[in-house]
Ligand binder design. Structure first.
Ligand SMILES: [Zn+2]
Length: 258
């Protein structure tokens, strides 16, 4: 059995129309590029204003116990900004700064994510699927739940009233795209150039390649390790029978409950 999610509804068409703006809410620096980097690159290329919201500080993203957490935090924020730039994202890169591995779906954090949604007013929000089965990382579940709950809070005027008193108004996005979905019901077809942009953005997360990803590839020398990494990432995007193209990122889209 492969670990790939099963499609429950046959996705049709090449994807959504290019939104005017998109906000990706990620647990860690690099999650956005891994899960939806090609889609963000495609939309940015077609004129969408793309924003990033990164919830944790990424300070557990290393296999090296001697790394200074403060230095790693700064390095990962810098890498995330470079990656967003590489994608062509012209929007904000916001860091919530929660401790990596300890993200919680609290009322306080929901208010902070809701505030970002009300302020940036994205047409599309992208985030982790909180219903993903057998996913071990607690931050990914918490991030998904936080995103879904913050969308509800951002659209309804009686949630977090103090934000309205401060001049913000409720905001309802047109679509929520959950990435790494438990069940796929939506594909975003991307061009080979978008995949190259995604790979270039992923390579900006240099701290992760040196430890987590290259570690998993064993003792390969760096050029070979990067090539293996590229090959693996491209193979994850290959969907032979997709309408409109063979390369796509997979999502669970929610539109009718927004
Ligand atoms: Zn992550």
């Amino acid at each position: 059995m492969s670990g790939e999610p099963k499609a429950v509804a046959a996705p049709s068409g090449p994807g959504l129309e290019t939104p005017s703006s998109a906000l990706v809410v990620a647990a860690h620096p690099d999650d956005a590029e891994f899960q939806c980097g090609a889609t963000l690159a495609k939309w940015a290329r077609d004129g969408a204003l793309v924003h990033h919201l990164v919830l944790t500080d990424g300070t557990k993203g290393t296999w090296d116990p001697d790394v200074d957490p403060g230095e790693l935090l700064e390095r990962r924020q810098h890498e995330q900004r470079r990656a967003a730039e590489t994608l062509g994202a012209r929007g904000e890169v916001v860091f919530l700064g929660e401790v990596d591995g300890e993200l919680r779906n609290t009322i306080e954090n929901r208010a902070r994510v809701s505030e970002v949604i009300r302020r940036l007013r994205p047409s599309v929000v992208l985030g982790h699927d909180p219903w993903k089965r057998y996913r071990l990382h607690p931050d990914h579940h918490a991030a998904g739940r936080l995103t879904v709950d913050a969308i509800v809070a951002a659209r309804d005027p009686f949630f977090h009233r103090e934000q309205l008193d401060a001049g913000l108004v409720p905001h309802r996005p047109d679509a929520l795209l959950l990435f790494e979905p438990d069940t796929v019901n939506h594909l975003e077809v991307v061009a080979p150039a978008d995949v190259e942009t995604k790979l270039a953005a992923l390579l900006e997360h240099r701290s992760q390649l040196e430890t987590t990803h290259f570690y998993r590839l064993g003792d390969l020398e760096e050029g070979r390790a990067i090539e293996e990494f590229r090959t693996r990432q491209i193979s994850l995007l290959e969907h032979g029978d997709t309408p409109g193209g063979s390369l796509a990122e997979t999502f669970h889209v929610i539109i009718d409950q927004l």
